[in-house]
Design a protein around this ligand. Structure first.
Ligand SMILES: Nc1ncnc2c1ncn2[C@@H]1O[C@H](COP(=O)(O)OP(=O)(O)OP(=O)(O)O)[C@@H](O)[C@H]1O
Length: 332
């Protein structure tokens, strides 16, 4: 939505969608009411004497509001714009050309596989840096088919890639709900309360064991905190690309986690050697000697094996649980 359209919205609606507007006005000593009056009308009716007392003119206030809102709206636009990501091959470690042009689209899950030291992290870093032949691989990365704007490289607001890291260290003394709310408010998303509720609900669907909104984050189990971070990323992150290190099987529904991210129309890149996750992906890039050696699309025949792999996995999980509860495994 454009700034001018926003000015015509009722304050009630604006405050529900963008609660931080209240902070903007209160920083000038003004108070917004959740009424049907449009923002423009509210601005026009401000008493010039009151503004004088507050040390700001009508023009200055409108200009600051414009700049502030323009910055916010740009964030939204940036998120909407990535429709494709293209990797143009460079050279592997021996200097052999990769000879490929690979286009990834939102909603796709791409697994990255390969031995230690083969160059998986390098590929992810090339994407994150939006490489233009200026990394050791000489790869080039295009966004929407063209050389992208430098904002993807240098602006912290326009992060192309959101990374879900392996370990969550919650040091803050907050409840799960407070943690997510703080996050939602700092991301300046519309209707943060609705987002907070949705994140907590989704996280509980992903986690094996339920937790409550008032559970302190420091008391969440590994699986629960991972589930919370995945739901948080899916619902709040504006970055069009998500990088995930393995979603380990620590009490989290991996299939649902992937589905949740896919639903948000993100491009998902996942470094994994887990056969279940690999088969859930649409494609896997096999990295060898610093280059993308093969691109394998998961076939129907492979996918048919998925349920068998899940059975095997559940069998192992059951054994793990038996160990956990002190059982003897003489009989399987
Ligand atoms: N095409 C390339 N040309 C030159 N150097 C490369 C190339 N690809 C990767 N490298 C370098 O090889 C080293 C190992 O790569 P990288 O760390 O990406 O491996 P990895 O597969 O992620 O390993 P691990 O599984 O151990 O994390 C890095 O120093 C990286 O910069």
């Amino acid at each position: 939505m454009h700034y001018h359209d926003l000015l015509l919205q009722p304050l009630k609606q604006l405050l529900a969608d963008y609660p931080w507007l209240e902070d903007f006005f209160s920083s000038f000593g003004l108070q917004l009411q959740a009424v049907e009056q449009p923002l423009q009308q509210y601005l026009d009716q401000l008493d010039p004497d009151q503004l004088l007392d507050l040390g700001i003119s009508q023009e200055q206030l409108q200009q600051s509001l414009h700049d502030f809102m323009a910055g916010m709206l740009a964030l939204d636009e940036a998120a909407e714009k990535v429709e494709s990501l293209t990797i143009i091959g460079g050279f592997d470690k021996t200097g052999t050309a990769e000879q490929l042009e690979l286009t990834l689209k939102p909603g796709e899950v791409i697994c990255i596989v390969g031995p230690t030291g083969s160059g998986k992290s390098r590929l992810l870093a090339d994407i994150e840096w939006v490489a233009q032949g200026d990394t050791p691989t000489k790869r080039k990365v295009l966004i929407n088919g063209t050389v992208p704007d430098n904002k993807w490289r240098f602006s912290t607001e326009h992060k192309l890639v959101a990374q879900l890291s392996q370990n969550m260290n919650f040091v803050m003394d907050l409840t799960a709900e407070e943690f997510v709310r703080m996050h939602a408010e700092s991301r300046l998303v519309p209707d943060p309360e609705e987002k907070v509720a949705r994140i907590l609900e989704q996280a509980n669907q992903l986690a094996g064991e339920q937790f409550k909104p008032d559970t302190p984050v420091t008391s969440l189990s590994g699986g629960q905190s991972r589930a919370l971070m995945i739901a948080d990323m899916a619902i709040l992150s504006k970055s069009p690309i998500v990088l995930i290190d393995e979603i380990e099987n620590a009490g989290i529904d991996r299939k649902k986690a992937l589905e949740l991210l896919v639903k948000q129309e993100k491009i998902i890149l996942m470094a994994t050697h887990d056969p279940i996750l690999a088969l859930m992906g649409d494609k896997r890039l096999v990295i060898k000697n610093g280059g993308i050696a093969k691109i394998i699309a998961s076939s129907d025949a492979e996918r048919k094996n998925l349920s068998r792999l899940e059975e095997l996995d559940n069998t192992l999980l059951a054994l793990r649980n038996r160990i956990r509860f002190g059982e003897i495994l003489e009989e399987l």
